[in-house]
Design a protein around this ligand. Structure first.
Ligand SMILES: [Fe+2]
Length: 313
């Protein structure tokens, strides 16, 4: 197909979702990711639909990560702050500002489902990342299926295997149960020996196995990227098993728990997870953030300090 989003010729579709894959795409040319559109999204995104962070670009110390807000500057000023500062914007649910992002995410997944047998993606989501030169995203894992699409600039992406010691089962369970933040995973520089490392360039997309830990650092240039998220029958079953394992580990103190997603054990866990949720026994961590800076293109690192306040999601 001449108009397809991805270049499928050399894609190993059997490895899709199982091994890390880098696939070529053409969305770096889409007008939906122009500076004008990004400025509009920054200006018009509701407060609950964006995060802006700053963090130390030289260490892996996640305590240096801070939460901020755009304030009342223009989207273009915010982009200038990104260009010259140390900040990282995550713009979620862009379809609430412009319906074309909804059409785009459906176009993406419909095309994948035509090319990859048995791939059925639900709960599709697209979020946009606009980030400063050299800024990093600390070692973490994501709960849903994930893809990272590069639009402008270059970033180095380290992808680690989704197993011990990179992803301890109890930590994954706490993240899945909503009790811990995704960046609560512990990083050890020795892990890097087993990472697959990519320098992701405009027109390239990465898709890694479910829950595979990863970390990212931008090259010395502004980066525009977006992520797509989805769930499938396989990711849904993995979620249920890890959730039930979290319950069993907690309430019965069981330590050896299989992550099998089929057969009678799976169905027993399906029951455990369902009952636990139905009884309202899961006390989701109330996600509270302390916002202590505003984006400011004239400030050092593109920010200015403000009186801190709490923001909950
Ligand atoms: Fe991620």
């Amino acid at each position: 197909m001449t108009n397809s989003i991805l270049t499928w010729d050399d894609v190993d579709v059997d490895a899709f979702g199982i091994e890390p894959l880098k696939i070529r795409h053409r969305l770096h040319q889409s007008p939906l990711f122009s500076d004008e559109m990004l400025a509009t999204l920054i200006e018009q995104s509701a407060r609950e639909n964006y995060y802006v962070n700053t963090m130390d670009i030289t260490s892996q110390d996640r305590r240096t990560r801070r939460e901020g807000e755009t304030g009342d500057i223009s989207g273009q000023d915010a982009l200038d702050a990104v260009k010259n500062g140390s900040i990282w914007y995550l713009l979620m649910q862009p379809e609430q500002v412009d319906q074309r992002y909804r059409e785009l995410v459906d176009e993406i997944y419909d095309e994948m489902m035509r090319h990859v047998p048995h791939f059925r993606a639900n709960r599709r989501k697209l979020s946009i990342l606009v980030s400063s030169p050299k800024i990093q995203v600390y070692y973490h894992c994501d709960v849903p299926g994930q893809m990272l699409w590069q639009v402008r600039g270059t970033k180095r992406v380290y992808v680690y295997p989704p197993r011990q010691p990179f992803l301890p089962q109890p930590n994954l369970e706490r993240i899945i149960m909503g009790e811990a933040h995704e960046i609560s995973l512990d990083y050890d520089p020795a892990f890097d020996k087993e990472a697959i490392v990519y320098d992701l360039e405009p027109g390239q997309m990465l898709h890694w196995p479910l829950n595979a830990p990863h970390r990212i650092s931008n090259h010395d240039c502004i980066n525009v990227s977006f992520t797509t998220e989805h769930s499938t029958e396989a990711t849904r079953r993995a979620f249920i098993v890890n959730y039930a394992n979290g319950v069993l580990r907690r309430s019965l103190g069981i330590n050896q728990l299989s992550q099998e997603t089929a057969g009678p054990t799976y169905w027993a866990k399906y029951g455990v997870a369902g009952a636990y949720k139905a009884l309202g026994m899961n006390k989701r961590r109330n996600l509270k953030y302390k916002v202590d800076f505003q984006v400011d293109p004239t400030g050092p690192k593109g920010i200015k300090d403000i009186t801190p306040y709490e923001f909950s999601k």
